[in-house]
Design a protein around this ligand. Structure first.
Ligand code: NAD
Length: 311
């Protein structure tokens, strides 16, 4: 029938969702499995701050997937043991096509009260955990010339949030990590993108008002992430912010900039002061670049134009 949309399915694909025992990751695992993916449901079962251990959340999700005829296996390791997480997919299903790095904790403190442990644990789970799982999956994806990897960032990383200096740093670190993986994976058809979700979960209890809980359900993020994991999605290296069935692309922007040094002049602190308003003016020809080389080429062009300007 004309206009009918075919269902996007994941038959033959093997997916790992980390931190899938509850919250947003649970809905990713359920949706992927309901569309035919074989899913490794990973979760350490920790509390919000990364302490403790519990196998029940994973077992519940695996059981739910099996109850509707889906295929899933449990993995109870920490994402810091990425090799073990990926091995579960290889041992059970022989391959790994999709990795959603989703596991997360928070240890919120104002910056003056933050301890080494608050900083290190948050970085270990988000940044190092995503690194360890991705590094273990990478050779399989590269060899089979197919892979879809998702990093999970946060508005706290993109825009900052009081009491989350540790979390913000780790979450924006994941965007930098993605930027380079996108370049290195491109020729192998291994694409890496980032989701910036907002949904009511135990992580956001008290932060997202209960009255908007209905429109901020975790299940409304899942279609966005699952599309980003599908073979039809050839996007690579983008950041997508999403909540409540809404999604938008986020990118870095810079001002038009000012080349200040003329050939015959010295360049001083005072030159910077007198140009500061123009340097920081985002209303006049703001720019964004899609690669570091493009950014550098643009800067060099402006510098040379200024040096050659005899007026
Ligand atoms: P959640 O607490 O409901 O779920 C996170 C899961 O990760 C938990 O089940 C936990 O046991 C698991 N986990 C923690 N450490 C682990 C480890 N070392 N190894 C394996 N599993 C581990 O939280 P959520 O809201 O579903 O968050 C999911 C992801 O989305 C996190 O990365 C979070 O930072 C990110 N995020 C969430 C929101 C939001 O609005 N909920 C906003 C921005 C970013």
């Amino acid at each position: 029938m004309s206009g009918a949309r075919s269902l996007l399915r994941f038959d033959g694909r093997v997916a790992i969702v980390t931190g899938a025992g509850r919250g947003i990751g649970r809905d990713y695992a359920l949706l992927l499995a309901s569309r035919g993916a074989k899913v490794v449901v990973n979760d350490l079962g920790v509390d919000l701050t990364g302490l403790g251990k519990n196998s029940k959340p994973v077992d519940e999700v695996v059981q739910t997937i099996k109850s509707f005829g889906g295929i899933a296996v449990p993995n109870y390791d920490s994402v810091e043991d990425g090799e073990k997480v990926i091995k579960t997919a290889i041992d059970n299903f022989g391959r790994i096509d999709i990795l959603v790095n989703n596991a997360g904790i928070i240890r919120d403190k104002s910056f003056s009260r933050i301890s080494d442990l608050d900083w290190d644990l948050v970085h270990k789970v988000h940044l190092r955990g995503s690194f360890m799982c991705t590094r273990a999956a990478w050779p399989y994806m590269k060899q089979q010339k197919y892979g879809r990897i998702i990093m999970t960032s946060s508005t706290s990383g993109l825009y900052g949030n009081f009491g989350q200096s540790n979390y913000s740093a780790a979450k924006l670190g994941l965007v930098g990590f993605m930027n380079t993986l996108a370049l290195e994976g491109q020729k192998y058809n291994v694409f890496c993108n980032t989701i910036v979700p907002a949904a009511l979960s135990r992580l956001t209890q008290g932060l997202i008002p209960e009255e908007v809980g209905e429109i901020f359900k975790p299940e409304y993020i899942a279609p966005v992430v699952c599309y980003m994991c599908h073979e039809n999605c050839t996007e690579n290296g983008v950041v997508i912010e999403s909540a409540g069935g809404w999604a938008a692309k986020v990118r870095l922007q810079k001002s038009g900039g000012v080349a200040m040094r003329k050939a015959e002049n010295t360049f001083s602190i005072e030159d910077v002061q007198s140009n500061w308003d123009a340097i920081t003016d985002m209303t006049c020809n703001p720019l964004y670049h899609t690669s570091a080389s493009e950014a550098t080429a643009h800067t060099v062009k402006l510098i040379l134009e200024k040096l050659n300007d005899s007026s």
